[in-house]
Design a protein around this ligand. Sequence first.
Ligand SMILES: Nc1ncnc2c1ncn2[C@@H]1O[C@H](COP(=O)(O)OP(=O)(O)OP(=O)(O)O)[C@@H](O)[C@H]1O
Length: 250
Amino acid sequence: MSALLEVSGVSKSFDGFKAIDNLSFSIGEPELRAIIGPNGAGKTTFMDLVTGKTRPDSGTIRYGSASQDLTKMSEARIARAGIGRKFQKPTVFDDQTVTENLTMALKSPRSPFTVLMRRPSLVERAAEVADQVGLRGDMGRRAGTLSHGQKQWLEIGMLLAQEPRLLLVDEPAAGMTAAERERTTAMLVEAAKSRAVVVIEHDMEFVRRLKCRVSVLHEGRVLAEGSLDHVCADPRVIDVYLGRQEAVDA
Ligand SMILES: Nc1ncnc2c1ncn2[C@@H]1O[C@H](COP(=O)(O)OP(=O)(O)OP(=O)(O)O)[C@@H](O)[C@H]1O
């Protein structure tokens, strides 16, 4: 597994507050990585920095075989370079069917399928993606009639349709039923077999099922990294995150 994303010495302050503090870590390809940490740890800001939504004050974020520095690239160029992002709230087109939402994503210039000579039809491709995200039987439904979980899957499908090399997913399990959470885990595990997938999540059961390396962020830095069992046994992680979470859950 080689590094796809290399974050080195990245800092970002907002009004003097260090949201990201000399952050360094890397993500492999393929890899599934979970990022956990208390509120305000810098998890979302990390994703904003990778996608070019926010510029760092210092540091580099190298990506891909050519080690392009994402901090010097526009949001649009970063997206074209194969970085997809799923925000917490689903942003599908409610009035369009599942098929229409997916074909729209497939038509985007980012998709390599649009440049292949003998490509399957858009509808065939849409069906393949619908399969991947468990919506094959719902292709004719308007997205607005889907459950919250299904909308999230549709959006994951729209991102997968664009064949990202790195997929960033922010709290996919929020608001989902237990069964939906389980299917989402399987979807992300499968998607990460051929690309890098980074998931921010507070739901520890969800993270456990991902069976992947976990990075714990705290005050804009990596506090601990390793298997979930490894980081959960770290007294610093218990102190700043897990202990507090239990207090909130109780
Ligand atoms: N655009 C901004 N302007 C000012 N402050 C910001 C901005 N973006 C983030 N921050 C601050 O930076 C810190 C890190 O926020 P961030 O959203 O990255 O944390 P997080 O780990 O994603 O938290 P949560 O789990 O609550 O989503 C917070 O204190 C937040 O208020």
